[in-house]
Write a protein that binds this ligand. Structure first.
Ligand SMILES: Cc1cc2nc3c(=O)[nH]c(=O)nc-3n(C[C@H](O)[C@H](O)[C@H](O)COP(=O)(O)OP(=O)(O)OC[C@H]3O[C@@H](n4cnc5c(N)ncnc54)[C@H](O)[C@@H]3O)c2cc1C
Length: 454
């Protein structure tokens, strides 16, 4: 058994958040032990992960900068300037995310990112233990039991941090000693991953610097580029109760029929459609809400273990990375762990709730609204207002993706801005005739200037 010490943290889960937090704490002189149920991906290859690539945005990048890991990650990332929307009929169109290439997001491989962060954690002095699955916790004796190599291992801890993802075993154990107020809301939609391989000449088959979307009302496909010149395609469908859904699209042949009808331009791009569809599992999507994230100073949750969300804002990992920076800061500020964990929860929980809500709203926007005329008119006006009032009117997507203000602030300001856009465009199909004097006054009245971010 290891001896408990103060400034000693045990992290459960060496996924994205666990590995980053281990790096941040070890670099500050904490003694850090990390237990991961899977094998070491640097030895065995990357085994798991529900999505193969992820969109990294400013919040996540900023957190990686704190661990000096940003450059190495960006070296392997593919820039995405905007959404390339593929309508059912007509030409694809790029809707830029930001003003220019200073406002872009990055497609990163989950496996490569994880490996890079594990190296960083180890280099910083964290001790990593693989093939160790948390099984149970005795919070009174402060002993965690981990299974691996065919036997149980007892580990004495000072405090536990749950970075063990949406199905967190630590959360379940914490729930046995304290009511966490846990509830999970399923989305009723699932997903399947497919692949666009490189072209014959080894290049990308479609525009690489974009996040591609094929919006189709109640369902959609998206594709993100990988640095090996493939794209990971994700098909999102209702789980049941309508056609198409995963109840009616069951086999690779069903998938081909759906793609022939609704995603015809992707068919020549996905040569192994049937095989991918038949062999890949259906992923489920849900939002996890908790009223409490910690058990006094003995355990705290972060990342997906605390607030799993649907992936439609591309912020789950970004938010988890922000959690890591915030927790490391609170642990430095407060020697008392219970106080630090409570302050961390107070800071992060309202923000997690805000991005969870925005992620749910974004699903509707991506699958139904990106090619809708009202939406496009409002977006046009949004751009103009952002130019006229750069410190006050900042599109919500920009606030979430390219800035680091609290998510809750972005959510609230986004609500006010949407009201303005709807009021100003009501009954119009073009921007001519907009009452700019009224609109400028209302922007100044309803939206305070935002502080400049360092
Ligand atoms: C389809 C999809 C697309 C997504 N796209 C994006 C995106 O574009 N951008 C974005 O920011 N986010 C995205 N996300 C969300 C992102 O994947 C998660 O928010 C992120 O992985 C959370 O990191 P985590 O470290 O908290 O959890 P995880 O990455 O799930 O890591 C948890 C780790 O804990 C380990 N573990 C689990 N149980 C135990 C146990 N009992 N004992 C020991 N170890 C254990 C696991 O093996 C794993 O290594 C997406 C999610 C999905 C499902």
């Amino acid at each position: 058994m290891t001896n408990p010490e103060t400034r000693h943290i045990t992290i459960i889960g060496a996924g994205l958040a666990g590995a980053l937090l281990a790096t941040l704490l070890a670099r500050r002189g904490w003694k850090v032990d990390v237990f991961e149920r899977r094998g070491d991906p640097r030895v065995h290859g990357y085994a798991g992960g529900r999505s193969i690539n992820l969109a990294l945005a400013e919040r996540g990048l900023h957190a990686l900068r704190q661990a000096d890991a940003d450059r190495a990650v960006l070296d392997k990332a593919v820039m995405m300037r905007g959404r390339m929307v593929h309508p059912l009929h007509g030409e694809p169109q790029l809707l830029r995310y930001g003003r220019d290439d200073s406002e872009v997001i990055w497609s990163v491989s989950r496996g490569e990112l994880n490996v890079l962060l594990l190296d960083a954690a180890e280099a910083a002095g964290a001790r990593l233990y693989f093939d160790r699955r948390l099984e149970s916790v005795d919070f009174d004796a402060r002993v965690a039991t981990l299974l691996g190599d065919g036997r149980a291992h007892a580990h004495r801890f000072h405090a536990l941090i749950g970075a063990d993802g949406a199905g967190s075993a630590l959360r379940a154990e914490m729930g046995r000693v304290q009511d966490l107020g846990e509830r999970t809301e399923g989305l009723g939609h699932g997903y399947k991953e497919l692949e666009i391989p490189p072209a014959r000449d080894g290049d990308f088959r479609i525009e690489p610097n974009a996040l591609h979307i094929w919006p189709r009302g109640r369902y959609m496909c998206i594709a993100l580029p990988n640095d090996e010149r493939t794209f990971t395609v994700t098909l999102f469908l209702p789980s049941a109760g309508s056609d198409p859904s995963f109840e009616t699209v069951v086999t690779g042949d069903d998938a081909r029929r759906l793609f022939e009808r609704d995603f015809a331009d992707t068919l020549p791009l996905i040569p192994a459609l049937e095989e991918d569809f038949d062999s890949n599992p259906i992923g489920t999507l849900a939002t996890l809400y908790l009223d409490r994230w910690h058990v006094d100073g003995r355990a705290v949750l972060l990342g997906d273990a605390a607030h799993a969300m649907v992936p439609f804002h591309g912020q789950g990992m970004n938010c988890a990375f922000e959690d890591c920076v915030a927790l490391a800061q609170h642990l430095e500020r407060d020697a008392d762990l219970a106080t630090a964990f409570a302050a961390f929860e107070a800071e992060r929980r309202p923000n997690a709730q805000a991005i969870q809500a925005m992620a749910l709203e974004n699903y509707l926007e991506m699958r139904e609204r990106v090619d809708d005329r009202d939406f496009l008119l409002q977006r046009e006006l949004e751009h103009l207002l952002a130019e006229r009032h750069p410190t006050r009117f900042v599109p919500r997507y920009t606030m979430v993706t390219f800035r680091r203000m609290p998510y809750a602030t972005a959510f609230e300001r986004g609500r006010v801005q949407r009201e303005l856009l709807v009021e100003a465009t009501r009954g119009r199909d073009a921007l001519e005739g907009i009452d700019w004097a009224w609109l400028d006054t209302e922007v100044e009245r309803r939206l305070s200037p935002l502080p400049v971010e360092s």
